[in-house]
Design a protein around this ligand. Sequence first.
Ligand code: PRX
Length: 643
Amino acid sequence: MTDQSYAPTSEFAAQANGTADLFDAAEKDFEGFWADQARKYVTWSTDFEQPLDWSDAPFAKWFVGGQLNVAYNCVDRHVEAGNGERVAIHFEGAEGDTQTITYADLQKRVAQAANALTELGVNKGDRVAIYLPMIPEAVVAMLACARLGAPHSVIFGGFSADAIRSRVADAQARVVITADGQHRKGKVAPLKAAVDAAVTGEDSCVEHVLVVQRTGADVEWHEHDLWWHEVVDKQSDQHTPEPMDSEHPLFILYTSGTTGKPKGILHTSGGYLTQAAYTNSIVHDVHPESDVYWCTADIGWVTGHSYLVYGPLANGATQVVFEGTPDHPHQGRWWEIVEKYKVSILYTAPTAIRACMKWGQEIPAKFDLSSIRVLGSVGEPINPEAWRWYREHIGGGSAPIVDTWWQTETGGIMISPLPGVTTLEPGSAQRPIPGISAEILDDMGEPFTEAEKVGYLVLTKPWPGMLRGIWGDNERYKDTYWSRFGEKYYFAGDGAKYDADGNIWLLGRVDDVMNISGHRLSTAEIESALVSHHQVAEAAVVGAADDMTGQAVWAFVILREGASQGEVSDDIVNELKAHVAKEISPIAKPKSIMVVSELPKTRSGKIMRRLLKDLAEGREIGDSTTLTDSSVMDFIKSNLSKS
Ligand code: PRX
C-alpha cells in the first residue's frame, strides 16, 4: 500500500459505465453474466445457444452457435442506427495532414477494401499480413479482413524483413498490405523494402503485395505489387457482410515467448469482440456520444487491436489516430493533439509517461488539457511516481487512472480498477474486473492471500477474449500456459503479490521474456539473433531494470576466435547492436553488450541468467554455487567495472 489512495468522486461514479453491481452479477452466474455482456455489446445475426463450451479445455468455445460479422459490428450497425455522421476517426498525420472519417465514410472505405481483397482472390479463412504505419488504411484493412472472415496478421512496422518473413510463412499469408514508406520525425523511412526482402523467393506463399501510397517515395516494383489506390478506389462502396461463426478466427498476432520462435496467438470473433467492447466501456468509461478517446498504441500490438480498432469501434466511439511520435516536431505534440480534439480519455504506456516527465511538466502546462477525464496505463507496471505525475500534470489532479493488466493472449483487459468504483492505489492494477478470476500461487501451486508474499499470477476461469491457441501448435499452447500449475490454471508468466488491502501488484515476468518500453521481447530471440552473426559463438541476454524503459536489454557474448575481452573494440559491439536491430527490430537493440570468455553455466549446461541480471542491475550476485566454474562471475564482474 502507498501513502495515499484516491476514491472516485460522486459525480464520476454517477455517470460511470462500470458499476459495483457487475461484480455481484458475475459472481452469481458467471456464464449468464458473460451472455448478458455478449448480447449487450454485440449484434448477433444468429443468437448463440450456449455461452461457454469448456469440454475440450483448454480450447474454449464462447457463444456457441452464435453468428456475427465483426466489421458489421464495428461500422455498419452504427450507420444503421443513425450515427453515420459521427466521427469515427480524427486522423492526425505525422507531418500535420489530417482526415476526418465518419462512420459512414468508414463503412464505404471498408466495403471497397473488402471488394478489392475479394478481387485479389482472398477468401474466407485466407490469411492477410498487414505491415503498415499508423494510417487510416491500417484500420480499414483490418476491418476489411474481418468482414471477409480472412484472419489478419498485423506485423509491427518496426520489425525487420526476417521477422516479416517468418511471420508470413508461419501464417501462410496470401496477401501482404504495406506502404511506400513511413514518416519518421520529419524524414521518410522505407517500409516496403523490408516486405520485398521477405517475400522474394520461389517458395513464398505471397501472391500479391498491396501498396498504400503514403509518402510518395520511390519504391522498387515487382510483378506481384499493386497500388492500393488503383485496386481499392475503383471498387463499389457497397458490400454485404457475411455472418461468421462466433469461433471463426479473427486474427493472429505474433508475440515473443520463451523460445526463439515467436508464437502466433490466435483470437476468434464473438468472445474477443465482446470482451474488447465491454472492457472499453467499463474500464475506459467510453461514452460514445460525448467522449473523444485516444489510445496511443500502434496497431502492430495487441493494444492497438483491442483498444484502437475493435473495442472503441464496436462501441461507436470517436477517436484520435496519430501517425507520429510524441516529440515531433516538438515535445508537446501529444498535448497539442489533446487540446485540438478535446480528448477526454487517454490510454498510453508508462514508458511514454516517464519520457514526458523527463521533458518537464512545463511542456503539458502550455496546453489546455481540461477535456481529460479518464487516463489509462498499459504494458508494464507503472511506478507510483509516474502515476502521480500523470494524474497531476495530464489529468488536472483529478482524472482517475486505470492501470490495466492484460496480455496479447488475454485479448482484453483482465485486472484493472473501474474508474467509478475503485479507490485507486498508485502502482497496482488492483482487482480482476467483473467476470474475470485470478489467484496468486506459491511455488507448490497453492493459492494464498497473505500480503506481501511473492507468487505467480494465474487465471482460474476461461474468459471470452482468451486466446484459442497458438497458430499451428496446439501442444505449445498447452505446454506454455496450462502445464506449469496443472490444467486448472492459466499461467500468465508474471510474478505478483497482494498488499494488505487485497490489491494485486504485478511484479514483472518470471520467465525469459523481457518488457522493454512495454514491448515484449524474448531473451532467446535476441540470443539467436546474436549467434547468427558470424563472429559470435555464444550469447546470453537478460532484461535489466531501467529507469526509463522499464527494462533494458543486456547481452553477454563469447566471440568465435581471435578477440578476447581485453582487445575488443567498440566496432564489434556497435556492429552486433546493428545486427540485432536488423535481424529483429531497433526496439530489440541491446543497451549494453559485453564480450566475455565464459558464461555462467550450471553443470547441466544451462546459462544462469539470474546471475547476469544481478550483475546488470548492480546487485550483489546471488547464489552461484551451482556453477561449473564459480570464478566466471568474478571475471565478468571485474571486466564490467573496467568498462
Ligand atoms: O508482464 C505483463 C506486462 O506485459 C505482459 C504482456 O505483454 P503483451 O502481451 O505484449 O501485452 C501488452 C499489452 C497488454 C504481461 O505479461 N503488463 C501488461 N500490462 C501491465 C503489465 N505489467 C504490469 N502492469 C500492467 N498494467
